[in-house]
Design a protein around this ligand. Structure first.
Ligand code: HEM
Ligand code: PLO
Length: 487
């Protein structure tokens, strides 16, 4: 029996004490690419040791779906790591919190609060369109010069999530916004990268530059969150619920008033509330902004794709009104382009690690309780068995033969994950990506500035896969400019 059990473990990389360092040090490739390469030697699913943990790497959609869907609940845990514990006060958030009643409760609460914005005067659609309009105005002023669009894209995306979380927004050049940009980049650069401290926690006793940056950035973030929280508590009224933070405060107060013995397990402490809203705010800013930056970079590389989107926009919307969510069904080429951006450059190429909460299995392999499971979304999205020329950016792979209906040519596509840990912001992100891109491309053509090279498409690995900085020229389209003067 012992032998049979042993044989069903996934193939294992040679286990050296320092194997963890291959993640960040030993290879010229980023981890998602290295893990994809290692399949050649070890097969689609294999294991390695990082510090004292077993880590299973999954590179196929069959096994990924087993982990996320079929045995979703068994694999719903999250590892605790040094860096995410600093960010989330020991996992008091949603994304990096282990499976628990508190996690479930907070996830449900946020889900409910986000759904609530579906209707009403300040619907999500109106908020996004307001920010799209303001962004496009800013782009008119920057027109024809070589600029980094990132600050304007980020401000638009930030203001959407600010409206939903805090009912606030930032003007151009706002100091608090500049501070937010800085701390958030510092966090993205240093958190959850499987750096050596996450693998060998005892390394914390040595001076570590990244850890110092992370702590400084988290301090700045926490004081910003605390300020929003204090303001909201002072202005709180049971009669109105303006935003997510109001919803969280209401839940806390009502639990306190009902003061039952169940209350502590819900985890409605100040820390939990702050970390939950911090997660949504952080995810709301960094993910969507990153996708927009990839989309712009890829569109500059593929002017013919941009032109086709513009033709579709011209014929289905024209120049006399702005794009709306109800246009989504009529703009399949734009939707297909968004899908293709999310395929070729997934925001989160390794998802967030999952942990087995009990002894279990993946395919024919047994997996022990406590094992960490990394789903390599990069491998799923670049699998040659599933995608024709996976390295080529081609939106038409998501369209049927006539090009008029969306389709999904492969099951090996999970940009938002799946199952009980699936992304909480999927529908919000899709609305934003659609509206922002439609607004921009209706008005502007994006080009590489004269004499400059095309943006690098490799990306910097981190908790999100970000493109390198690049400059763009946004030219007002002649047909739009003419229409504006006529109007
Ligand atoms: C988790 C993708 C936007 C909130 C995730 C995961 C992925 C993902 C892959 C991890 C799933 C897993 O570990 O199995 C994306 C992409 C986005 C996006 C591609 C943009 C295009 C957003 C936005 C929000 C958000 C806008 C906020 C409203 C979250 C949260 C989690 C999560 C809270 C953690 C869920 C949990 O662990 O229970 N997302 N996301 N995401 N996302 Fe997103
Ligand atoms: C981004 C930097 C912020 O300052 C803090 C933050 C909070 C939530 C994180 C987010 C960062 C990165 C993207 C994450 C998100 C939770 C879910 C999302 C990890 C670190 C994804 C893509 O999984």
């Amino acid at each position: 029996i012992q032998k049979a059990l042993k044989d069903t473990r996934p193939p294992s990389l040679p286990s050296f004490p320092i194997i963890g360092s291959i993640l960040s040090l030993r290879s010229e490739h980023p981890p998602h690419v290295l893990f994809q390469e290692l399949q050649k030697k070890y097969g689609e699913t294999y294991s390695l040791r990082m510090g004292s943990h077993d880590v299973i790497i999954v590179n196929s959609h069959q096994h990924a779906k087993e982990v996320l869907l079929k045995r979703g609940k068994t694999f719903a845990g999250r590892p605790r790591t040094v860096t995410t514990d600093i960010l989330t006060r020991d996992g008091k958030d949603i994304a990096f919190a282990d499976y628990s009643a508190t996690w479930r409760f907070h996830r449900k609460m946020v889900h409910g609060a986000l759904c609530m914005f579906g209707e009403g005067s300040a619907s999500i659609e109106q908020i996004i369109c307001r920010e799209a309009s303001s962004m496009c105005q800013a782009l008119v002023e920057l027109q024809s010069t070589a600029v980094d669009l990132a600050p304007e894209l980020t401000r638009a995306v930030t203001n959407v999530i600010c409206a939903l979380c805090f009912s606030s927004s930032y003007q151009r050049g706002d100091c608090e916004f500049e501070a937010m940009l800085q701390y958030s980049q510092g966090i993205v650069d240093t958190v959850a990268k499987d750096s050596l401290v996450d693998i060998f926690p005892w390394l914390q006793i040595f001076p570590n530059k990244d850890l110092k940056i992370l702590k400084q950035c988290v301090t700045v973030r926490d004081s910003l969150l605390q300020k929003k929280y204090d303001e909201h508590k002072a202005e709180y009224s049971d009669d109105t619920q303006r935003d997510l933070l109001d919803a969280l405060i209401r839940a806390k107060r009502s639990a306190e008033n009902n003061n039952t013995s169940a209350t502590p397990s819900l985890g409605l402490t100040d820390d939990h509330l702050l970390m939950t809203v911090g997660d949504i705010f952080g995810a709301g800013v960094e993910t969507t902004t990153t996708v927009l930056k990839w989309a712009v970079a890829l569109l500059i590389h593929h002017p013919q794709v941009q032109k086709k989107i513009q033709e579709e926009l011209d014929s289905k919307i024209g120049m006399n009104r702005h794009p709306k969510l109800s246009d989504r069904g009529n703009l399949p080429y734009l939707e297909a382009t968004i899908r293709e951006v999310l395929r070729i450059r997934p925001v989160s190429p390794l998802l967030i690690p999952h942990v087995a909460l009990a002894d279990s299995s993946i395919g024919e392999y047994t997996v022990g309780k406590g094992a960490r499971v990394i789903i390599n979304l990069w491998s799923l999205h670049h699998d040659e068995k599933e995608w024709k020329n996976p390295e080529i950016f081609d939106p038409t792979r998501f369209l049927d033969e006539e090009g008029s209906n969306l389709c999904c040519p492969s099951e090996s596509y999970l940009p938002f994950g799946a199952g009980i840990r699936v992304c909480l912001g999927e529908s919000l992100a899709k609305m934003e990506l659609f509206l922002f891109l439609a607004w921009i491309l209706q008005r502007f053509t994006l080009e590489v500035p004269p004499g400059q090279t095309l943006p690098d498409l490799e990306g910097k690995f981190g908790v999100v896969l970000q493109p390198q900085k690049y400059k763009v020229c946004a030219q007002l389209r002649p047909c739009w400019a003419e229409n504006q003067t006529d109007g």
